[in-house]
Every structure is written in structure tokens, then in C-alpha cells.
Design a protein. Sequence first.
Length: 118
Amino acid sequence: MRVLAFEDSYDIEALLDSAGIKHQISHITQRWDSSNPLEHIAKVRPDVLLLDYYMPPHTGLEVLQLLNEAVAKGKAVRPPTIVAMSSEAGANAVMFQKGANHQVIKFDLHTLDIWNVT
């Protein structure tokens, strides 16, 4: 499983590793800012896309909207799983309404069933 995380404050690989999840993942790429998000999504081709809301220069919601627009135009492929993972539940709810598959507070990321792969 390939994971791409747009998160500017916390090391997602370390969070997942400390929860015993990292061994389920073949590759984690973390972007510490959200510049050129569609290029990074196309390059990594993630199975799981993790979006923090408060990211410079684009919010996670803006990244999701850019992705949705590009997919609708046939210019991008939507990752199978998109997770809204801000530390603010309200921000996650907005991204969920706009098409994220899951919403979770980032510190509870390890509780999602998406990591239960055999």
C-alpha cells in the first residue's frame, strides 16, 4: 500500500510506526506543504491519500477540490482511499462532505480499518 500524506506539522510515518501500523504500508511519502498537489498525487499514485486541512499554500479541502475537478475532466486518477485527517473535527467533516472516504483526528489515524490488510 502506497500512502501520500499532505501534513505540515507531524511526521505521519512516525505516528503510524508508533501505533504499530507502518509495517502494513509499502511506502509513505509525506509532503510538508501542499504546493503542486496534483503533480505529487500523479507521481506517487497513492492507494491512500491523507489530507490535513491547515496546510500552506492550499488547505486539504482545496487539494481535494482540485483533485475532484481534475478527475471530472479526466486529467487525474482519484486515489482509492482519501482520508480527511485534520486535528479539527469540523474541518474533517467538510472534507468528508466533499468526497473524502474517511474522517479522523490525525492522532487517531491508526484506528481506521484501512490499515487492516492481509
